[in-house]
Write a new protein. Sequence first.
Length: 297
Amino acid sequence: MSNFCKFLLSTVFLFCGYQSIFSQNILDNLIIKKTLSQDWELDSVDKKGTFKLVSYKPIYVTAGRWTSKPNVLPYSENPDYSATEIDDYNKYEAKFQISFKTKILQSAFFGLGDIWVGYTQKAHWQVYNKKFSRAFRELNYEPEIIFNFPLKTKLFTGNIRTVGFALNHQSNGKDLPNSRSWNRIIFNIGYESDDWIVNFKPWIRLKDEDDENPEITKYIGDSELYVGYHYLKHEFYAIATHPLTSLEKGGIQLNYVFPIKGHIRGHAQFFHGYGETLLDYNHKQTTLGIGISFANW
């Protein structure tokens, strides 16, 4: 693991460990964020200070996820990271994601912005596969340091509310030949108009001495576009990635979140394309899942 990765991991766990996940107020944070200001504490009325653990990306559990084409023989353009034996994966598995962030500096950079640390973990679990010992097929770990600057710039019917960038590491923690990782500087522009939220995130991939996935940007892409819409207690959002060099690559995830009771919501998710996980960065598939959502964008 590179020094960059170790730095990000140690920073995230140091500050996230400062406040227990079992805080009395944690359920108050697991709500659908209705505005970018509430999500990133942009306006003075929404500021909550530092070291308060809140939800970041969606938190959900999908008990049933179906794929059209399991990645039974993962490969990389680097031959050292290409599997040679077929794994007997099921088409059905469970999937879950947890994600938290905490602000570590407020009104930094002469009062112009805030610094956050975030951590997201996504798991794909072959829980219905007895032959595979019900093992986890893939775990993706994503710590990051986020620099966020509030804005209120009028554009069309809404406002650009935030700009910033993040130092991001993502890896799956596996050994050869299935190890995958990359480091990025991710930029962000957040736009809001009534019940619509749009986040555009282009990135620059940082060089790795031993590249485990040399052509990952040719498949996953050079940017991510999030478009979300709230209607009463219902939420619809899409996440799309796309490379600038090909019209046939990239991927799109469609989500519908609907109320069940209290903070618990149903979650239907559809994905098509490349890069649902790091191990699947160059594997094309269509997936469909249904589960429970606890927190969303």
